[in-house]
Design a protein around this ligand. Structure first.
Ligand SMILES: [Zn+2]
Length: 102
């Protein structure tokens, strides 16, 4: 079990409101900054994302998480994210020989 999992403002959970109810959702943990950056870029690529996502190293656990900033995502950021994902996807495909689904 993770040491941060049971504290109230745990890094393992993120709170959001759904149908007037507070919902706790487990925050994704990434073992490397590369993985976290890729996940953040994936969010930045989405048309529904309004604020820019960034990857950060957690101070409470040994993992990386992603979170959104107060900065608005620009078309330029979105384009950059798309290119990043495209590039990484090609690299990954070449390495593994097949595409792994998350
Ligand atoms: Zn954490």
């Amino acid at each position: 079990m993770n040491k941060c999992a049971d504290s109230e403002n745990s890094c393992s959970y993120t709170l959001y409101i759904q149908n007037d109810t507070e919902v706790r959702r487990e925050k994704r943990k990434f073992k490397s900054s590369d993985e976290a950056i890729r996940a953040a870029m994936y969010m930045n690529m989405k048309e529904t994302t309004i604020h820019k996502f960034v990857a950060y190293k957690c101070t409470k656990c040994v993992y990386y998480h992603i979170g959104h900033t107060s900065k608005l995502l620009s078309e330029k950021d979105r384009k950059k994210a798309k290119q990043f994902i495209k590039y990484n996807f090609i690299i990954k495909q070449k390495k593994n020989g097949h595409d792994r689904k998350h």
